[in-house]
Each structure stands twice: as C-alpha cells, then as structure tokens.
Design a binder for this molecule. Structure first.
Ligand code: MN
Length: 185
C-alpha cells in the first residue's frame, strides 16, 4: 500500500517538475482539486482510478506511463502475467494491472482488469484519439458506450472511442476478467 502511494506521489511530482506546472495549474488542467493533488503528493490519500485517469488526461500521457516503468524495446520478448500489483492503492470492486505498459513506438498499453460482482466503474472520457479494445477473458460483463450498456460474454470483444463517456460493470455473480488494449494516436 505504502509503495503505491509513494510511486504515484513520485510520478506526479516528476511530471509537474518536468512541465513546470504549479499545483494551481495542475488542478486546472486535470480537474483534480489542489487539495487532493497535495494529499497525493504527500502520500496521504488513496486516489481512485478515475482520479488517476484525470491526472493522466490532464498531462496528456498514457495511463501506465504515469505509474509503471515502460519498456523502451518493442522487439524484446516479454512474458507478462500482469498480476504484480494493482495500479492504484485502494479500490476493491475493480483491480487494474499493467500487462504491457505503454510503448512509445506501438502507441498502446494493455491492462488486465478484474471486475468483482456488483462493480460499476465509469471512466472519465480520455483525450481525443484514444481507442479502447475490451476483450473478455473470463465471465460476463457490460460496457457503457454510445449511451447504453452492452453485454459481453467470454471470448467477445468491443472496440470504442474512449474519448466519449464509457464505463465497465459486472452484474453477474462471478468475477469478470478482461483485457483492455488502449491505443493512443
Ligand atoms: Mn477508459
């Protein structure tokens, strides 16, 4: 837990330093309050996935570059089980793991996401040009896209414009496991 707090805090401070952004500027670019940003930097808070996405969107960076080391070599063989550590300190209904972090040449990142029964997660819209491909590895789940919930079963996939409002939920009694490939222009 402490590790996650620290990793996110360091990433945020490094980004602000690199851009020369004050807390005020960062708050206005991300839509996350100055108080919350301060708490994250002081490792006092547990930002939600939605908050982390707002920060990534505001800095216009892929989600995984914000929190994990990204491999620079796309030609290298990588065997990833994904299940290292969720990409956020505290969230019980949805767990997001980095399967393949963002690659600067390929312009995408792949997440392994577990949705517990009863989970409903609405994502803040990402920046223009961001496309998501959701592939259901196990269980059943639904995706909110184009103003309605669409049901997906194991083995099915959905591609959508992630710059529009979208969400993920599991109304079944079993855990749902999905792969989310996020492509950036
Ligand atoms: Mn999303």
């Amino acid at each position: 837990m402490a590790d996650s707090y620290s990793r996110i805090s360091h990433a945020l401070k490094a980004l602000r330093k690199e851009r020369g952004w004050s807390l005020d500027k960062t708050a206005s670019e991300t839509g996350v309050s100055k108080a919350m940003l301060g708490q994250i930097e002081r490792e006092e808070s547990s930002p939600t996935i939605a908050t982390l996405w707002k920060i990534a969107n505001g800095f216009n960076i892929p989600f995984s570059t914000f929190i994990v080391d990204c491999s620079p070599d796309a030609k290298k063989t990588i065997h990833s089980a994904g299940k290292s550590e969720p990409l956020h300190p505290q969230e019980t209904k949805i767990k997001v793991f980095s399967l393949f972090p963002y690659d600067k040449e390929l312009h995408y990142e792949i997440f392994l996401i577990e949705l517990e029964p009863g989970c409903e997660h609405i994502s803040p819209p990402h920046n223009p040009g961001v496309i998501e491909h959701v592939l259901v590895a196990s269980g059943n789940m639904q995706i909110f896209v184009d103003g309605a919930w669409k049901a997906l079963k194991q083995g099915e996939g959905l591609r959508f414009d992630a710059s529009k409002p979208h969400g993920y939920r599991n109304t079944s009694q079993q855990i749902a496991i999905i792969h989310d490939i996020i492509h950036y222009m």
